[in-house]
Design a protein around this ligand. Structure first.
Ligand code: ADP
Length: 325
């Protein structure tokens, strides 16, 4: 026994900082600190550096006379959250980008994959246009967007328009490479699916099974039930539906801020109930959302009122993930 009482919470906090949250809860018994480091995805050198950092950090703690570090390289499976829609132009990419940023802002280890290989828009939305990912062996290294979210998009690899000509298998391989990249320090991957419900989506989801899917729709499409096609796509591959997001819901007047509802209100909740899934929230039709997106500054990273709808949807997703545990 040692005299000094170690402050475990403070020690855990210091360890989390030097290990980027890869350390298990520390245990101290008779002066011996025991700890498990999750080193999955790290090179030998990176592991050694991290272990040395742990030892250095604990050197001045009087209650600790010895540090025992165990390493596990258990390949943690990434949980994929797919964002899909019945058709293009409904705001699927806008939601994916802002959801990733909102989760990052809430302290989660999140990455973003733009699987919309025929019309990749994430580099522009996330302000990372023109960047090129590097590779280590056959594995791609994600780039980090200005908001701090690691991401990969076909738009980072080919010139705009080039992927359009790709056929099924080639598109599938390209997608697989994005998903199998070196996602270090990422637990949750938001995947912006290609619009619609074709073979590319089906084969991707059979191979890299998402933990759940979010469907986004506009009020008009809900009326037309376009979104039901997306629902049946996920059902075919047994991917649980997390819920429905309504985009371009009420119109926010850029002059006075008043919200009007050209398509009526409440239809989305009713449609979600009809399709047997929760309603996750609505995003208003606001010019600011489009201009911020075009400028590569997603509103979820901005001020409270712009970020609010996205933070609320991120909160619902986190509730779903917690309930699933
Ligand atoms: P999708 O990925 O479904 O094709 P996008 O996310 O690219 O759709 O959105 C299509 C267009 O609509 C983009 O110009 C985007 O900035 C704009 N947009 C999306 N959601 C909103 C919104 N809530 N308010 C205003 N413009 C929006």
């Amino acid at each position: 026994m040692t005299d000094a009482t170690p402050d475990l919470a403070q020690i855990a906090e210091r360890l989390a900082a030097v290990t980027k949250a890869r350390a298990s809860a520390p245990r101290i018994k008779e002066g011996v600190l025991t700890l498990v480091l999750d080193v999955g995805g790290l090179s030998e050198d990176q592991r050694a550096v991290m272990e040395a950092a742990v030892r250095a950090e604990m050197r001045d703690v009087p209650a600790i006379t010895q540090v025992r570090v165990a390493m596990t390289a258990e390949k943690k499976t990434l949980q994929i959250i797919a964002v899909g829609s019945g058709k293009g132009g409904v705001g699927k990419s806008t939601l994916s980008a802002n959801l990733a940023i909102a989760l990052h802002r809430l302290g989660h280890r999140v990455g973003l994959v733009d699987a919309d290989i025929y019309g990749p828009s994430q580099p522009r939305l996330m302000g990372s246009e023109g960047e090129k990912p590097t590779a280590e062996g056959k594995q791609m290294i994600p780039i980090v967007s200005p908001s701090g979210v690691p991401m990969l998009s076909m738009g980072h690899l080919v010139d705009p328009g080039q992927a359009i000509a790709w056929r099924g298998p080639m598109a599938g391989n390209a997608l697989g490479q994005l998903l199998d990249a070196r996602w270090v320090d990422v637990d949750t991957l938001i995947v912006d699916l290609p619009p619609g419900t074709g073979d590319v989506q089906l084969s991707m989801m059979s191979k890299h099974k998402p933990a759940g899917a979010i469907i986004i729709s506009t009020p008009q499409d809900l009326a037309l039930m376009d979104a039901t096609r997306a629902v049946s796509l996920f059902e075919q591959v047994d991917v649980p539906l997390i819920g429905l997001v309504e985009n371009m819901a009420g119109y926010v007047c850029p002059h006075c801020g008043e919200v009007s509802d050209p398509f009526g209100q409440g239809g989305a909740e009713a449609a979600a109930a009809h399709m047997g899934m929760p309603f996750l929230g609505r995003i208003p039709l606001a010019i600011g959302i489009r201009t911020a997106s075009d400028a590569g500054l997603p509103p979820a990273g901005g001020g409270a009122s712009e970020a609010a709808p996205f933070l609320a949807i991120a909160g619902k997703l986190l509730e779903w993930l917690d309930a699933r545990k």
